[in-house]
Design a protein. Structure first.
Length: 350
């Protein structure tokens, strides 16, 4: 990493948690990611989810068809775990390098998760096979019990689901995806190296107040929902210190505006277009630019036991604020781009 007050050159980043959808939306949103990321873990919660190795193979070829040959971007697929998942299928997909990991959605936890897991012990045999084979389990860690407060669902998930699961499978590599709470940070810090977490730019930068600022703000609604300031501070603390077990997963989750601004609006924040500009500014604001690269480019690769990217990304700071467009136009309609509510002076140098 090269560092001067107005320029920083880092190893090219990766996005360890990304939704690109399918069809026209995928075509429209993919360039926003490969502009700055070299690899991305692609989420499997399509309308018809990626549940088998065959689904993954077909999704991978649709993704590749959207990426020009000259673009150096590696999509790494995940399989959507259901109570019907076959261990043999998943192990084969991993060995043949079709999938990189497996995603656990508790049924009903978020967008397109109705096919997810209702009874966690039903998938224990699958977890045994994954543990044996070294296949990472990526977890949307929220319970769905309607009697558990929506702001407590992540913490309750740790106690009720994750702790017992890790007693059973201590060797299983687990990423707690898009963590939002101090409880998650503390839990991860106290555990062994098999456990890590992704953190999104929006959970790092905003607390839950922004959802209700002067009215209801659907473009700040995501799951897990933004939390209290004390939780945000816990995330900021580990990330700005460059702690090895925490890395960037944007959870960039595009929905066309009509689907967000509805009587029952979708959860998801589309942040991939300016992820790096926003993060550089965030680290700069915390006098922690020396740890930007750990978070965006090194820690995740280490956890997944992958080489660092050879390519570099250069960011420069100008005297003038950069202008970020409000929406990305697509053939299906506009998608509002994440507004971090702060002034940005950093930009990617082309
Ligand atoms: O806000 C979210 N949106 N959280 C998720 O877990 C899923 C995502 C989506 O797919 O829209
Ligand atoms: Zn997600």
């Amino acid at each position: 990493m090269k560092n001067s007050p107005n320029q920083i050159v880092i190893t090219k980043p990766d996005d360890w948690h990304l939704h690109i959808r399918d069809g026209e939306i995928m075509k429209a949103v993919l360039p926003a990611s490969y502009r700055w990321a070299r690899r991305a873990i692609i989420m499997p919660n399509l309308l018809s989810p990626v549940v088998t190795c065959e689904d993954a193979r077909s999704y991978l070829s649709r993704i590749k068809a959207c990426i020009e040959k000259t673009v150096d971007f590696e999509p790494m697929l995940t399989l959507y775990l259901t109570e019907e998942t076959k261990a043999e299928d998943l192990v084969l997909g991993f060995r043949e390098k079709i999938i990189k990991a497996v995603k656990l959605y508790p049924a009903g936890a978020t967008t397109n998760s109705h096919n997810g897991v209702k009874n966690i012990t039903k998938i224990y045999p699958i977890l045994a096979a994954m543990s044996e084979e070294g296949i990472p389990l990526l977890i949307h860690g929220e319970v769905t019990d309607p009697y558990v407060d929506v702001f407590d669902r992540e913490a309750v998930f740790i106690d009720k689901i994750l702790v017992p699961m890790r007693v059973e499978y201590p060797e299983l590599n687990i990423v707690m995806e898009h963590i939002t709470t101090k409880q998650s940070v503390d839990y991860i810090l106290g555990e062994n190296s098999n456990l890590a977490a992704t953190i999104t730019p929006h959970h790092l930068i905003l607390n839950r107040n922004v959802i209700f600022e002067g009215g209801i703000r659907p473009h700040y609604y995501c799951l897990p929902v933004l939390k209290r300031e004390i939780h945000r501070q816990a995330l900021v603390d580990v990330v700005t210190k460059g702690h090895k077990k925490f890395f960037l997963g944007t959870d960039s989750a595009p929905h066309i505006d009509d689907a967000k601004i509805d009587k029952c609006g979708c959860a998801g924040i589309f942040n991939s277009p300016f992820t790096m500009e926003i993060l550089a500014q965030f680290f700069d604001n915390h006098n922690a630019l020396e740890n930007l690269e750990n978070f965006t480019s090194l820690n995740g690769a280490e956890f997944y036991k992958l080489p660092y990217n050879k390519e570099k990304l250069s960011l420069i700071k100008s005297d003038e604020m950069i202008h970020m467009p409000e929406v990305l136009e697509t053939k299906k309609g506009p998608i509002t781009i994440f507004n971090p509510n702060m002034q940005i002076f950093w930009q990617i140098e082309n």
